[in-house]
Design a protein around this ligand. Structure first.
Ligand code: PBG
Length: 324
């Protein structure tokens, strides 16, 4: 006799689905898209097979296709021409910035699409860093001004969610105040709360050509060894008014996602980053893994750890697979 036989709840698919604790749906996913200035441009990122840098015409097409598949939230990242970069990232809030125009155009065509933006200096910085560089150092408080201007410019363009990915201290409160003063109290902030100095961002930096020109990002991004420090970052971001808190990357940091989810009563996001996508794609291309099973399993594990939303390059393919 055995009173407890867990296998009974795995007997068939009906019973398994009753016992299922976690799910992934398109409503949980945010699709990151790379954009470039120009027309009729769609170039694949070598280290991110299936992901492209898109000009506005292709971006609108992509958003439309995704909306029809049930993906309704997009995070846009600009690939900026080297000639427009400078030390203070001034192009990030310039009137002629194509990124701001693209946000406006997407919102005009698809008012129901939710647009998230990236706030950090690196795509616009001639130093390739997320903050102002002086004598080889990243200067925190001088960076806040730039981040504030960038955030307000993006909100003016129609952004729904501002995503500060820079890891400067105090930026959530600073940005919140700037947005409120400019009349954008309805615009949300999804803070990159626990963003680690990770090797898994490599393909993303290829996509935007945004790798640091010197050094690394270890004086602002977190040490992969630390988890209690993530709770400190979370406490600050929560008190400073973040609407969502993000952990990034996702897979190597599932424990951090779990801890934040337990400790804070706001949505927790996880960024399933470029390197995580690239690893799985490479294994699939070699026939080493069954992509159609491995990909949803990855997303499910991030949800199970506690993520309410997942930023993932798999979003569109996942939606297509679900439609069958
Ligand atoms: C930069 C930024 C990065 C990512 C999102 N915003 C890279 C970095 O910090 O160097 C990485 C995303 C990914 O790897 O998919 N502020």
């Amino acid at each position: 006799m055995m009173l407890r036989r867990p296998r009974r709840n795995r007997k068939n698919e009906v019973i398994r689905s009753q016992a299922r604790e976690t799910n992934v749906g398109t409503e949980h996913l945010i699709y990151p898209l790379f954009v470039v200035d120009g027309q009729n441009h769609r170039s694949e990122v070598k280290s991110l097979p299936g992901q492209f840098r898109l000009s506005l015409d292709h971006l609108l097409k992509e958003v439309e296709e995704c909306m029809n598949l049930g993906i309704q939230c997009f995070d846009l990242f600009p690939a900026v021409d080297e000639s427009l970069k400078d030390k203070m990232a001034t192009y990030s809030y310039a009137k002629e910035n194509f990124y701001l125009r693209y946000i406006q155009e997407v919102k005009k065509r698809f008012p129901e699409a939710v647009i998230m933006t990236d706030v950090a200096m690196d795509p616009y910085s001639s130093d390739g860093h997320d903050g102002v560089v002086k004598d080889g150092e990243i200067i925190n408080d001088a960076t806040l001004d730039v981040l504030g201007k960038m955030s307000v410019a993006q909100a003016e363009a129609g952004a729904d969610i501002i995503g500060p990915s820079d890891m400067m201290d105090g930026r959530v409160e600073f940005i919140r105040n700037e947005l409120d003063e400019a009349g954008f109290s309805n615009v949300s902030i999804m803070s990159y709360t626990a963003k680690y100095a990770s090797a898994y961002y490599g393909p993303f930096r290829d996509a935007l050509d945004s790798a640091p020109k010197f050094g690394d990002k270890k004086t602002y991004q977190m040490d992969p060894a630390n988890k209690r420090e993530a709770l400190l970052e979370a406490e600050l971001d929560y008190m400073e008014g973040a609407d969502y808190m993000m952990v990034k990357p996702a897979l190597c940091y599932l424990d951090v996602i779990h801890s934040l989810k337990e400790a804070y009563p706001i949505p927790i996001a996880a960024y399933n980053v470029s390197g995580e996508y690239a690893m799985l794609k490479a294994a699939a291309q070699n026939g080493w893994l069954d992509y159609d099973r491995a990909m949803p399993e990855m997303l499910l594990s991030i949800r199970r750890a506690g993520a309410d939303v997942i930023l993932t390059y798999f979003a569109k393919e996942f939606a297509q697979m679900q439609k069958g």
